[in-house]
Design a protein around this ligand. Structure first.
Ligand code: ADP
Ligand code: MG
Length: 488
């Protein structure tokens, strides 16, 4: 996995390679928290979703939520990872005002999921594998609210105890661009699986970004970890800033200290937060309130059997069975909703045509309107209906473009618009012959040119006939009739 030269950054003393590993915290889709029955819905009134366990009242005992375990296993399987049938919950001790127990329940030496892989689809059509080191389950902390009172900080424990999956990559990423591709792919996989909604604005996915630099071919350099970055764009900005900073420090004769930094989104800079704590600072030990987690083969097999088709498989199928290019297939599978939309449009129709309409006309109008595919005013079945009208010759492809714009604006079906506006294509040979005769009679000079071998004039004639029918003549029929009549 040697990075191409495109990924190197230039320093005063030569090129440097950036090395990145991401720790992604993904909130598990589950109605209840990891060890309590409190609800997890986003946006509830502060402290309205807090059980006695989450508030760490004395004597309360955590009880594992089976759904969260299933979701972690499902995610592990989706990442082609080893599922560990034996895993252990540990206490990770530290003080934080929004962590009432004084420790976080996490997994340390024995995580529920081991090594896996994520395939990156690179812009040049190539793919590259990024290793997954592990996935473990842990509790989220609460949230300190600093802006509610002039001199006090409030604490909202709604998030305390919500299940997170921490997904740790190997240091296999080599540029901010690759980190972006990785995050989007991981997000897509989680969303296909239904194990995390991937909503970064609501904090459902956050990343700790580990960055180091080295001379190509040298051993790994010392890394800095940038905590809690909450958008793909910020992750990329943080990497670019941090890599450049490290190169400058080293080239000035300094050294990189392993430390935790934060990303200032306003300034686009990383700043030191604290020196890196070591695992022993957390005094990890197995949580005596929880038994080790033991998964039966039946449990894992049942989840395996229920996995949906994932982006990589779908992309393969779109290429092999539907004849799409790697690029088109990649774009269409990137979001689960897009893939589903496309598949509905393509069912029983020409896949390439369906792909062109979804990626061209539909994406174009969605972009302009600032809408996502789930908000599209034209449903997949409706777009399919439009394609049927083209396929059976009712309207031309040209007219269809206008009909689609109208559908998008009004949400109405294609056939309704075509009827109402009288847009049916004229395929009636008799009518077209009449028009061709008229246009030829009015332009004998052009007829003569064609007969002298100036083939290009044909296009001009097609244009005239189309114009006379306001674009509604069937171009195929027009071409046939013209060729026949012009031949004399
Ligand atoms: P810790 O448990 O202290 O956070 P890990 O070894 O688990 O440390 O690594 C955490 C993350 O840091 C992983 O994503 C890993 O890929 C990444 N990482 C490790 N070494 C480096 C390095 N030299 N440069 C960049 N990232 C690294
Ligand atoms: Mg870490």
């Amino acid at each position: 996995m040697v990075a191409g030269n495109g990924n190197l950054i230039a320093g005063a003393s030569g090129d440097w390679e950036v090395v990145i590993g991401l720790e992604v915290h993904a909130q598990v889709v589950s109605e209840a928290k990891l060890f309590s029955g409190a609800a997890t819905a986003f946006g509830a009134a502060p402290n309205s979703q807090v059980s006695l366990v989450d508030a760490a009242m004395p004597g309360m005992l955590p009880v594992i939520n089976e759904t969260c375990v299933e979701q972690a296993v499902r995610t592990g399987l989706g990442l082609n990872a080893e599922i560990n049938h034996y895993s252990v919950f540990d206490r990770k001790n530290y003080f934080y005002p929004d962590l009432p127990a004084g420790y976080q329940i996490s997994q340390y030496k024995n995580p529920i999921v081991g090594h896996g892989t994520v395939v990156l689809d690179l812009p040049d059509g190539e793919t590259r594998e990024v290793g997954i080191e592990r996935l473990h389950l842990e509790q989220d902390a609460g949230k300190s609210l600093h802006d509610q009172h002039p001199s006090m900080t409030y604490v909202d424990l709604n998030r305390a105890g919500v299940a997170l999956m921490e997904i740790v990559s190997r240091p296999d990423l080599r540029s901010s661009e690759e980190a972006g591709i990785y995050l989007r792919k991981l997000r897509a996989i989680l969303r296909y699986l239904g194990t995390c909604d991937g909503n970064m604005e609501e904090g459902s996915m956050r990343a700790d970004v580990n960055v180091s630099v080295r001379r190509p071919g040298e051993p790994l350099g010392t890394r800095c970890e940038i905590k809690n970055v909450n958008s793909v764009r910020f992750v990329q900005q943080a990497i670019d800033y941090e890599a450049r900073r490290q190169v400058d420090v080293i080239e000035d004769g300094g050294g990189i200290e392993q430390e935790t930094r934060l990303f200032d989104t306003g300034r686009g800079e990383t700043r030191p937060m604290r020196s890196k704590e070591e695992a022993h600072d957390y005094r990890y030990f197995p949580d005596p309130d929880l038994l080790p987690l033991q998964l039966s083969h039946e449990f894992v097999d049942r989840i395996r059997a229920s996995l949906p088709e994932l982006p990589d498989q779908k992309k393969r199928r779109f290429m092999d069975e539907m004849g799409l290019s790697a690029y088109d297939a990649g774009v269409l599978v990137a979001e689960r909703e897009t893939a589903e939309f496309f598949e509905t449009v393509a069912a029983g129709r020409d896949a390439k045509t369906a792909a062109n309409w979804v990626m061209g006309d539909l994406f174009g109008l969605l972009n302009k309107a600032g809408l996502t595919i789930t908000e599209a005013p034209v449903g997949a079945a409706q777009l399919g209906g439009l394609l049927d009208l083209i396929a059976d010759g009712t309207i031309s492809g040209r007219i269809a473009k206008d009909v689609f714009v109208e559908m998008f604006a009004s949400g109405r079906d294609a056939d309704v618009i075509v009827d109402e506006k009288g847009l049916k294509q004229v395929s009636d040979t008799g009518e077209i012959e009449g028009l061709v005769d008229r246009v030829m009679a009015e332009n004998d000079d052009k007829v003569a040119q064609f007969r002298d071998g100036k083939e290009a004039v044909l296009g001009w004639f097609v244009g005239q006939v189309m114009k006379a029918t306001k674009g509604q003549a069937n171009p195929k029929v027009v071409n046939e009739v013209l060729r026949r009549k012009l031949a004399g």
